[in-house]
Design a protein around this ligand. Structure first.
Ligand code: PEP
Ligand code: MG
Length: 958
């Protein structure tokens, strides 16, 4: 189609419009909805919309008006004059218009608007006649000159403000609204002077010329620096430009039967099905924004008596009648909008002298609670189907409903009062208020003291917030005692973040503004110093850190939430399991709908107070046992190759080595023997909770040094217990230190070099399974080998585990199905997944490590640079939060394909943190995984995201 045949302008008037809501691309969001509301018969002031395509053509033709626009504009002005019965520039009853921008995607406040266009020395007389209010007319005129001067000619607003200030001072009043007609007349003349000084021309009196320039200015505002930046930040791409909406002005400030306001068709905070909104009598939209007067709730409308005004034209009784009618009218509009758009609308209205008009409508933003209630009720009202309802709720939003929250007003107040100290990573949602503790031990001690104090005083115990540089497994007790955790370092998969999410506890991680001075028991957050015991508040959903205490409210679980989740189940194809290390976590996962445990990290069980000493004893003696066993085997070989006197000598050596080994073994095996029943008890607890469901238990993964004591006192106590010197313990601790522990002696590498540890764990798992089975529990154990990079590693670990399983089962005389599988978390395992699959009954993607190793980013150190990467758009997201589908995703997809080539029925899941992130869940669904597994508190999110992925598939297929 040639340029000359393009339709550039779409007209609308009540009951009839050229455009429709679907034409958003071409007419912008505002233009498309003005057209749609007109079609529906809602009272929209007549006008027309210049297309976004015209804006694009304006730019491609070197900021010239494209051919045909001028003529179409003339035609549409004529049509508008005919429709309204008014003429631009008329000295009796002039047509005045607003000129507003509006792209296909809303960019609030980024582009320009001109109101009251069409005023000049003649038409201002007309406006005076029509309104019977000279002051009003001249106020409109001066507003127009200022807006036009600023928007079309770039005259700084402050030039105009100076004049207004001087007039206010002269008149001795505080607000512009208190100035009179004569003052506004003077202001108009001064504004015109300013205009001339800045532009070297007179203020244009011809309304068509005003309109032409205002349209060009709005086109120009599409590419103003803030609009460009806004599009960059919000990744708004591929749009043609802005539309320009030219619409008959209606005035909410034409006396006491005029008003302006905003409304929601339902309460956006609670979802309550009731008109919700605010309005101001005798005011323009900008008065609401300026906050000079406080708007009233629309609920008050029917009782409006305008008591504070004295208006001879409107008696209190007339006012009540008028406003009751207006309220009923708005209620009707609410119903029409919802029935038409089948969703909650956020709209703007203005009444001019008792005549109500709609100026805008769009889909209303809402809280999680409201989103759920509204979606469910719209189904019950027959406006949408269940599928649409499930798609309407943003999965990440529902996390808000599962944890304690700050009271919104209290938090807003704290922000306004400058109580926010810093922002870190939003590592685990929920809100927390508590006293600062700087070490895990102190956190435990302070929590205990607070509980005791509370018991004595009968008051509620104060809570504790653990503030650390970063946390380590040793801090687990302190983390448990605290209600919230704040760390200076570490990313979204750092220890603090993972453990806190698992516990469903609020955590802000990697907050660079936190500087600890443990020696002096002080912490500086941004510029303020705090001592232990001082109170701070954390918002784990936003990463905000506040000083002092902010009021909280309980998590709200409403009936609609359950209903929506029930509907979601109909569409979900992929399973949702939970990562849980304790029976309590497992129960939480189950309560939220988990269908199995996808990851039980056994090392977390090692840190309990009464076990850690045995774990340390085992760790410290393990290298000795290994070394002595090697020497023994060397000696045996030498013996077999030697005869005579030398052989007798070797035999003597062998005896000595055996003695040494027995001694170390006593300590090593002794520790394992102590740990075995404890682990067995843990597993029994989890199996009982998960009766009938699979439980994936991962064998020991972290590097040994993480368990070792660095404190001299603890080292001394350990030495005493092991019958050795403190120096020997200290030496061993430092020998075990690794330069890159994440890439060091961990996972199956430990299982291969110290097979007894894995054997003990497998024995504990299987004995627990046998015991539970004997109790009648339906047990489904799955043993998982971590950090496999080569098939041979898995073969060795699998053979060893299989042997123990068989021994336990045959000794107990019990038959049981069990599985042995592996994590895919080393890139090499993905690349060779066909080989690895030979020895695996299942794969579970450890995307935390897989991301770490694919990017070469240390997962515990990313807090320092990844936020900047995201800010500068080097990366789209923090890859530890949102699975990097382009890179890491390829490793996942490849492993799924290769694994299933070897074993078509291979069961495949994910247990990295991404298993609870909606976009990543959709990816897992797409590549054909059987399940995702995530922290218990994310299970509902994953379920909803999985359902949405299923629905998208259905929609694509239909
Ligand atoms: C992983 O690497 O994704 C994983 C689940 O294991 P961990 O976080 O314990 O290393
Ligand atoms: Mg891992």
């Amino acid at each position: 189609m040639g340029a000359e045949t393009k339709k550039r302008i779409y007209f609308f008037k009540p009951g009839e419009a050229d455009g429709r809501t679907e034409m958003r691309e071409l007419l912008g969001g505002k233009g498309a909805n003005l057209a749609e509301m007109s079609n529906v018969g809602l009272p929209v002031p007549s006008g027309f919309t210049i297309t976004t395509e015209t804006c694009r053509d304006f730019y491609t033709s070197g900021k010239q008006w494209p051919e045909g626009l001028e003529e179409e504009l003339d035609e549409n002005i004529a049509k508008l004059e005919e429709t309204t019965g008014r003429k631009l520039g008329d000295r009796d009853d002039p047509l005045l218009v607003s000129v507003r921008s509006g792209g296909a995607v809303s960019m609030p406040g980024m582009m320009d608007t001109v109101l009251n266009l069409g005023l000049n020395e003649e038409s201002v007389q007309g406006l005076t006649k029509r309104s019977g209010d000279e002051r009003f007319a001249w106020d409109c005129y001066r507003r127009f000159i200022q807006m036009f001067g600023n928007v079309a000619m770039f005259i700084p607003n402050r030039n105009f403000e100076v004049v207004l200030t001087a007039q206010r001072e002269k008149a001795g009043v505080q607000y512009d609204g208190q100035l009179g007609a004569e003052q506004f007349k003077e202001i108009v003349q001064e504004f015109k002077k300013i205009y001339k000084e800045n532009t070297d021309e007179e203020f244009p009196a011809d309304p068509k010329e005003q309109l032409r320039r205002a349209i060009s200015a709005v086109f120009g505002s599409w590419n103003n620096p803030q609009a460009i930046r806004y599009r960059e930040i919000h990744e708004i791409k591929g749009l043609l430009g802005t539309a320009v909406n030219i619409q008959t002005m209606v005035f909410g400030n034409m006396g006491h039967s005029s008003f302006t306001g905003v409304g929601f068709t339902r309460n956006p905070a609670t979802g309550e099905n009731k008109l919700y909104g605010e309005y101001l009598v005798n005011a323009q939209g900008e008065d609401v924004v300026a906050g000079i007067r406080t708007p009233k709730n629309v609920d008050e409308m029917p009782e409006e008596r305008l008591a504070e005004f004295t208006d001879p034209q409107l008696s209190p009784d007339d006012a009540r009648k008028l406003y009751s009618e207006m309220y009923d009218r708005l209620t009707d509009i609410k119903r029409t909008l919802e029935e038409h758009y089948t969703d909650v609308q956020d709209f703007e209205f203005t009444a001019q002298e008792g005549e109500l008009y709609m100026l805008q409508t769009r889909t209303g933003k809402r809280t999680a609670l409201a989103a759920i209630c509204i979606a469910v009720e719209l189904v019950q009202d027959g406006l949408i189907d269940k599928k649409t309802a499930v798609m309407r709720v943003e999965p990440n939003q529902i996390e808000q409903l599962l944890h304690k929250q700050f009271d919104e007003d209290a938090k807003a107040k704290a922000e306004v009062e400058g109580k926010q100290l810093a922002t870190g990573l939003p590592a685990s949602p929920g809100a927390a208020v508590g006293k600062i503790a700087l070490t895990a031990d102190n956190a435990e001690a302070m929590a205990a003291a607070e509980t005791e104090k509370a018991a004595q005083t009968g008051e509620a115990a104060a809570s504790i917030i653990l503030v650390r540089e970063e946390t380590s497994p040793e801090d687990i007790g302190g983390m448990d005692a605290a209600v919230g955790i704040l760390t200076a370092r570490g990313g979204m998969t750092s220890h603090a973040a993972v453990v806190a999410r698992g516990m469903g506890k609020c955590c802000v991680a990697g907050c660079g503004a936190v500087h600890l001075d443990e020696a002096n028991k002080k912490v500086t957050i941004a510029t303020k110093q705090f001592s232990e015991g001082d109170v701070i508040s954390l918002d784990g959903a936003t990463g905000q850190v506040f000083e002092g205490s902010i009021a909280m409210r309980e998590a709200e679980m409403v009936g609609a939430f359950g209903t929506l989740m029930e509907w979601a189940e109909e569409y979900r194809k992929i399973g949702v399991w939970a990562n849980a290390d304790t029976p309590a976590d497992a129960q939480q996962g189950l309560d939220f709908g988990a269908e199995g445990i996808g990851l039980c990290r056994t090392e977390h069980m090692f840190f309990e107070e009464d076990r850690i000493a045995y774990v340390r004893q085992m760790m410290l003696t393990a290298p000795d046992v290994r070394e002595i066993e090697r020497r023994l085997s060397d000696a045996e070989i030498r013996k077999s190759q030697t005869a005579g006197k030398d052989r007798a000598e070797i035999e003597k050596q062998i005896e000595a080595i055996k003695g040494e080994l027995a001694e170390k073994r006593k300590l090593f095996d002794g520790a394992l023997t102590e740990l075995l029943p404890e682990q067995r008890k843990d597993f029994e607890g989890i199996f009982r909770v998960m009766d009938g469901l699979p439980v994936v238990i991962r064998l020991l993964d972290p590097p040994l040094h993480e368990f070792l004591p660095h404190d001299a006192n603890i080292q001394a106590r350990l030495a005493q217990r092991m019958g050795t010197s403190a120096e020997a313990v200290a030496t061993r601790v430092s020998q075990l230190r690794e330069l890159n522990p994440m890439l060091g002696h961990r996972g199956c590498r430990l299982g291969i070099t110290y097979p007894d540890i894995y054997k003990m764990q497998v024995q504990a798992i299987m004995e627990a399974a046998v015991n539970c089975k004997k109790e009648g529990v339906d047990v489904r154990p799955e043993i998982m080998i971590p950090l496999v990079g080569a098939a041979e590693e898995l073969r060795i670990c699998r053979d060893a585990a299989e042997q123990v399983c068989q021994e336990v089962l045959s000794k107990a005389g019990v038959e049981m199905d069990y599985k042995i599988g592996t994590m895919i978390e080393v890139p090499r395992a993905s690349l060779t997944a066909d080989e690895v699959a030979q020895y695996a009954d299942f794969f579970s993607f450890g995307t935390n490590d897989l991301t770490q190793m694919a990017f070469g980013f240390s997962r515990d150190d990313v807090g320092v640079f990844v936020p900047e990467y995201v800010e500068r758009e080097i990366l789209e997201h923090d890859p530890f939060q949102v699975l990097d589908q382009a890179g890491v995703g390829q490793l996942v997809a490849m492993a799924v394909e290769k694994g299933r080539k070897t074993k078509p029925d291979l069961k495949i899941g994910i247990c990295g943190e991404h298993g609870g992130e909606p976009r990543s869940v959709e990816f897992c669904h797409r590549v054909g995984m059987d399940y995702v597994s995530c922290s218990p508190f994310r299970v509902p999110i994953a379920r909803l995201a999985a359902a949405q992925a299923g629905i998208k598939d259905e929609l694509a297929a239909s």
